[in-house]
Design a protein around this ligand. Structure first.
Ligand SMILES: NC(=O)c1ccc[n+]([C@@H]2O[C@H](COP(=O)([O-])OP(=O)(O)OC[C@H]3O[C@@H](n4cnc5c(N)ncnc54)[C@H](OP(=O)(O)O)[C@@H]3O)[C@@H](O)[C@H]2O)c1
Length: 249
């Protein structure tokens, strides 16, 4: 049986925490007594709203800005969070970009940007986290698409596959002090700018003919943070889409 107070009093740094899945993870952790360092890039007003909600719940939260298109900004972010919040127990690499690019049309700059934000910044944050030389847990937000081929988002796909591989590599390098795991969402929230029927239209692409909510992702994150004996693992929270191996048209 798991002890539900295991997380209380710990400190988590969550990237991209102003809205959507990052916000839901932040609130779920605050409910369990985790103190939060919330990163944002441009959504200052939204992240301040998350801080207010957490403080209303009696929790503690601070905000930190960084743009990972220059991934070295991740080092500064980590240092600022440590200075203000003390040692960081949990690192949740959630921030991401998801631009449209096919195999024939992406540029070197497109690939660099996706790699910087989606793989290199998480790796740099993880290095700084490991340099604390204390116990901790890293969770990388991946994508169920890492299991097959997403022909409409190729540089994104390459960057998430890199983070998927890095999850296992870091689990090896940072053991036994630090556990490193991934959560791979499927259909959860439509990308910004998509038509309102996005989730309904795509739900037939998974085995359960359904879509999840951000709380399903937060549940998986909490499970992995609380677990004692899981590392190098990725949980697919995707209605079984990775088993079916959907090819995107
Ligand atoms: N939504 C889904 O259904 C779904 C499906 C599969 C995988 N995922 C993965 O789950 C995670 C959360 O998904 P989501 O849809 O909630 O994410 P999202 O809204 O697309 O992005 C989260 C945050 O990333 C931040 N971000 C974007 N560019 C950045 C940059 N250059 N530097 C630093 N931060 C940057 C943004 O912060 P600001 O708003 O402050 O600029 C944004 O709010 C992501 O890793 C995503 O790939 C989600």
């Amino acid at each position: 049986m798991r002890d539900h107070d295991l997380l209380a009093g710990k400190t988590a740094l969550i990237t991209g925490a102003a809205k959507r899945i990052g916000e839901t993870i932040a609130i779920a952790l605050a409910r369990r007594g985790v103190r939060l360092a919330l990163h944002y890039r441009s959504s200052l007003e939204e992240v301040q709203g998350v801080v207010s909600e957490i403080r209303r719940m009696g929790g503690a939260a601070s905000v930190f800005q960084a743009d990972f298109s220059d991934p070295t900004s991740a080092s500064r972010l980590f240092q600022e969070a440590r200075e203000q919040c003390g040692a960081i127990d949990f690192l949740i690499n959630n921030a991401s970009i998801f631009p449209d690019n096919g195999l024939m049309d992406f540029s070197v700059d497109d690939l660099t940007l996706n790699m910087n934000v989606n793989a290199m910044a998480p790796l740099i944050l993880s290095r700084r986290f490991a340099e604390q030389e204390r116990e901790g847990v890293i969770i990388n937000l991946l994508d169920s698409r890492v299991a097959d081929y997403d022909r409409k988002h190729v540089p994104y796909h390459i960057s998430k596959r890199s983070l998927y591989s890095l999850t296992k590599m870091m689990a090896v390098e940072f053991a036994p002090n630090i556990r490193v795991n991934g959560v791979a969402p499927g259909l959860i929230i439509a990308p910004e700018g998509e038509r309102p029927d996005y989730l309904e239209r795509l739900k037939s692409t998974n085995l359960l003919h359904s879509y999840g909510g951000p709380e399903d992702i937060a549940d998986a994150v909490v499970f992995l943070l609380e677990s004692r004996f899981i590392t190098g693992q990725t949980i697919f929270v995707d209605g079984g889409r990775h088993v079916r191996g959907h090819m995107y048209d």
